[in-house]
Design a protein around this ligand. Sequence first.
Ligand SMILES: C[S@@+](CC[C@H](N)C(=O)[O-])C[C@H]1O[C@@H](n2cnc3c(N)ncnc32)[C@H](O)[C@@H]1O
Length: 380
Amino acid sequence: MDLLSLARAVKDRAQEPFTDLAATARIVADPRLPLLLVLNRTLFTPLYRASFLAAAAGSGVLRCMATRPCDLESLAAHLGTAPEERRRLRAWLDVGVRLGELDRREGCYRLRSRTAKALARAGNDAVAATLEELLRFHVPALRDAPRMLQDGDRFALSDQDGLVVARSTLVVRRLVEEAINKTLPRTAPVRLLEVGCGSGAYVRYAAGLNPRLTALAVDLQVEVAEQAAKNMAQWGLADRVETRHGDLRTLDLQPQFDVVTMHNNIYYFPQQERADVLARARSLLAPGGTLLLTSPCRGSGALGLDVLNLWFENARFGGPLPRADELLGQLRAAGFDGVRATRVLPGQAFRAFTGVNSASGPVGALPARSATTTAEEAVS
Ligand SMILES: C[S@@+](CC[C@H](N)C(=O)[O-])C[C@H]1O[C@@H](n2cnc3c(N)ncnc32)[C@H](O)[C@@H]1O
């Protein structure tokens, strides 16, 4: 090496730290960096956490790890993944570790965060299913709204997972049970029709309150009705509860029921058809029979309900969450007497609506007047 080259090499080496510092300064000075760092903390990471936890809960992985630490092999067996897919499974689990939800020690994964441990508990299944519903159905409602408007596209019932919804909807369980407590006769024999029964949990609750109650539980979605039938068998109620796949609007039944219940599903019907749907429910009640309908209502200020409302606004088959006065008008139009709306919990958007079928009157909805009558006096 000649003297000049040596001098250059020494100079280059001496300048290296300075060059690195300058490069770092240039990168750090990127005006987008502060925003990225803030979003990483406030949006990206919580979104990653929510997505990971929803998938881990929904796939049963959290429940597996709640019983014991699990190695890759046992988790793969639980998920039924092919042996050549182990690397992909590990990549997913390792992100869970990186997010602090899981821990990996001695080749085994275990639950680490309090949230992961809480979601793994059987008693919190409705909350875990709510997280899954949020990620799988609420996020697309927000994300795809502009595109759907542009394309004239709408959600179909098959865009929901009926089995997930049948579990998530049980987050309002205590509220529905309170409404049943206030309405259901306890000693007389009761023939109950539950429309849109979901898991069947409320038929089970009613059967527990009244040992002489028998019921027909119906759901529009075949997989939901099948799961409800399995639940009834597991709860020892198969001899008292018949479970059927069917649509309220086309059920071939006599007016034989003392009580008809509709929990959390009036928004599965278009707004302009609700009076007819309620008239149909009334036509299945014996004279003197009662309809109990529970629903979250619009305008509560609860963000989750606004997004649920958005989903159903964008649904091909349903409509917005009801307003209490509007639904009372529809109940009157359907021919119900003594209609009432009560808040199950003060200040909450969730309401119980009741109406009585006084007579074996007309089956169809009554025209105009009562449908548009507001009934604020009966709203509490
Ligand atoms: C949000 S889930 C509520 C399930 C259950 N009632 C609960 O509160 O846990 C609404 C259910 O109503 C059912 N449903 C909607 N329209 C229906 C119809 N026309 N006839 C019968 N069931 C219906 C859906 O299939 C779905 O399972």
